[in-house]
Design a protein around this ligand. Structure first.
Ligand code: HEC
Length: 142
């Protein structure tokens, strides 16, 4: 009898392992953006490409690039304590989702002469996920 219930238990564990991946992915945080869904946790992973140069909070140490706290709605080239290129200094627009998407596709063509040494994030879904992550991780209420 004990052996039988052990076998049933093992069988159930196996069945759970089989449905596991889809059940777990239901728990992934998603947010709606302009068209398709964006995945914040995937975006956090894409941010590994930016991490060496950017911190996300105002109080963090400035790396090679400016800190990105409150980047949505922030005027381009306006982080204090950062010496921007002329290209960024002269840009006067606030960063929006759309502008970040174009910038991150190919920084060198969006604002020629800027000094962000980064080729770009080619994959559109990667950019969408990254931007969703940035939205969730850069909002600082003072
Ligand atoms: C090798 C370092 C480096 C990497 C990698 C990098 N950046 Fe940058 N980034 C910079 C520098 C330097 C600037 C300032 C450019 C200038 O002044 O011309 C900048 C500027 C920016 C700005 C404009 C900020 C402002 O205040 O106007 C944004 C937004 C940005 N980066 C986002 C990203 C994201 C997101 C990634 C990853 C996909 C990334 N960067 C990867 C170095 C980097």
């Amino acid at each position: 009898m004990a052996t039988k219930s052990l076998l049933i238990g093992l069988g159930m564990a196996f069945a759970l392992a089989l449905v596991g991946p889809s059940a777990f992915s239901m728990g992934t945080k998603t947010v709606a953006t302009s068209s398709a869904l964006a995945d914040i946790s995937r975006g956090q992973h894409v941010f590994n490409r930016c991490r060496a140069c950017h911190n996300l909070t105002d109080s963090a140490k400035t790396r090679l690039g400016p800190n990105l706290n409150n980047i949505f709605g922030r005027i381009a080239g306006s982080a204090k304590n950062f010496k921007y290129s002329k290209a960024l200094q002269e840009a006067e627009f606030p960063w929006t989702e759309q502008r970040l998407d174009v910038w991150l596709t190919k920084p060198a063509s969006y604002l020629p002469g800027n000094k962000m040494q980064f080729a770009g994030v080619r994959n559109a879904q990667d950019r969408k996920d990254l931007i969703a992550y940035l939205r969730s991780a850069t909002l600082e209420i003072e």
